[in-house]
Design a protein around this ligand. Sequence first.
Ligand code: GRF
Length: 198
Amino acid sequence: MSKRVAILISGGGSNMVTLVNSMTGDHPARPVLVISNVPDAGGLAKAEALGVPTAVVDHKAFGKDREAFEAELDRVLAAADPDIVCLAGFMRILTPEFTRKWEGKTLNIHPSLLPKYKGLHTHERAIEAGDTEHGCSVHEVTAELDGGPILGQAMIAIRPDDTAESLAARLLEWEHKLYPEVLRRFALGDKTPIRLGV
Ligand code: GRF
């Protein structure tokens, strides 16, 4: 029986597209829903073009009531009955109450070599720190922001002429390699961390 995968996005959804495209043939999982917190996220049209059902839970509709937003997100998510939830370019910070409910089923991709550079602007911070290497991490989502067990990392070199934009673009190519590989293993119950890249 295939594992049911829901994917949460906020923007272009390039990681979502690679995850959806990876779940074919003898892959142990299949996408069942793509949810965006942004009504006009470009990823929604991409998901629909790939034949994956979509939903929108617009966080702005709930104002500052984070609990109400998450209650609706939880309702929509639960209705899809996912075995696995993939955060893929999902830009909302989830409360510990929400993450605890879905803990053990939820993955996220973060564009840094965790535990370095949790939070935002990771590419700029790595360049400004004079790092020679950068990367991305797929981790289990827990109550600690960008802090759950790491299931995979991909490492790339930072080039002297790199800007945050050029680094992000090169890293994204590795995100698209890493996340599907981690998801496939996770769907098989394999949590052995993997390492890709240089
Ligand atoms: C990616 O760099 C991802 O690591 C970060 O959001 C960026 C855009 O992701 N969380 P996507 O193209 O929307 O998947």
